[in-house]
Every structure is written in C-alpha cells, then in structure tokens.
Design a binder for this molecule. Sequence first.
Ligand SMILES: [Zn+2]
Length: 276
Amino acid sequence: MDSATLTGVMIGGAGHSGSTLLGMILSGLPGAVYVGEGAKVRYLGDMAKPLAKRACKICGDDCAFWNGFRWDPSTGLYEQVAAHSGARIVIDSSKKPDWISARAEELRAGGHEARLIVLTRDGRAVVNSRLRKYPDRDAAGQISEWMEQIEAAHALAEVFPGPVLNLAYEELATRPEETARKLAEFVGEAFEPAMLAFSAREHHPLGGNNGTQFLAARGQANGAGLKPGARSADYYRNHPDAIRLDLRWRDEFSPDHAALFEAMAGRLNHSMKWGS
Ligand SMILES: [Zn+2]
C-alpha cells in the first residue's frame, strides 16, 4: 500500500446495533482514528444545535481533537481528518447510506480505499433499545424503521465500490478476539490486542451511544461528564470493563411488542435472530 493511501472504514446498518462499540474496537488498529458518526461533523461548533450533535460526545465543546476542525466540503472529509490527525485509517459509524456513498466516492476520486462493514443485530434487541430510550414512540413505527434501515443497508452493500463485511453484533460481543482478528484482516492490517482494550485510550466520537461511551471514558481524564441514559444508568454503572453481550431485551420486551415484531418483521429477522 502506498504510504499516502488512506482507508475509510464505514459502518452501515441500523442504529442501536453496537456501532459505537465496533468503531472503538477498530480504533485500536495502528494509524486508525474513529470519528464517531462522521455526518455530525457538519454541525461542529454550531451553537444552534444541541451539545450532543455539535461536539465531541466525551469532551463537549472543548475537545483537544476537534478544536479548530471545520470540514471544507471541497476536500474529502477523511482526507481532511487524516491530515488533521495523522491517521491513515478513518472509521465512521454514520450508517446512513447516502452519507456512506458520498464518502466512498470521495475516497475513490482521491485514489484511496473504501471498506464497508454492515453491522446487524437481532431486530428485537434493536427495537427494544429504541423503545427504552424513547418510550413514547410508537412500536410499529420503530419496527418499520428498523426494517427499512436493514433493507437499505443491504441495497448499499450491493452497489458499494469496495469490499464489504457482514458482521453480527452478537458475534462481536461473544467472540471479541476472534472477531477483532477478522476485522483487522478485512481492513488489511495485523490484529492488535489494543483493539479489545478500547477503554484504555481516549476517544473523541461525534454522536453515538452514551452507554458504550460511558464505559470507554469512565477511566479517562476527559470522560468525567458523560452519563448513560436514565433507564440504562444502573446497567452501565455495574458493567465490568469488558465486552459483554447486551441481552436486556429478553427481560424488557413486552409480549405485545414481541408479537407485533414477529408479525411485521419475523421473516426479515430470521437470519439475525440470536438464541430463541
Ligand atoms: Zn473529545
């Protein structure tokens, strides 16, 4: 690989599927930087936007990584991030197909490499996670949205101009080292134990999951202000410093929601179903 060549690793799929965890694991590759949901770079420093959208989720407005960074859209975003950080691998968990396609096109035009990881998770866990966070939202609407996002991710994978890896969150969470080795190989790098020790280093993610960010940042100087969502506070405060499969949905998903999910999405979820 040419030393000036950059690799963009983009995470596609539906939100609440473990993309923050995956991004943090990938950031342990040498020369890698995880930007979080790169699409939020457009809101950096925009005081009209809420803090969680306009700034580093861990540091807030005063972030040593993002301070002074403003994307000039006439330059490829990842090229600009690479120049800013010295990284040669940029990881982005934005997930939106249009955003991913545009970044892949920028990479191709600059003679760089584009990689796509389609991350999936048992849809029952995803929908439950969204209803936990937004209890007033309509369950059928959340199920439809998940289905549309999965279908859109598969359609994106069909036309993506580079290698694609399909990965299940449950595989990542139950066999982290084996999966990290597979991920390193997919990116064209050697496995690094640092991939699994993601809470041992600082992160500066835009957007993404508060709970996972809390776990990664609780031992870090910049992470003191971050809190998990109210309904997840006990779960994350009691979480060990290790990668562990989150199966809370099995206790939390109501029988009515489970039946509705099965009727609407049982067929689509068949290959993503974890356990019974
Ligand atoms: Zn930061």
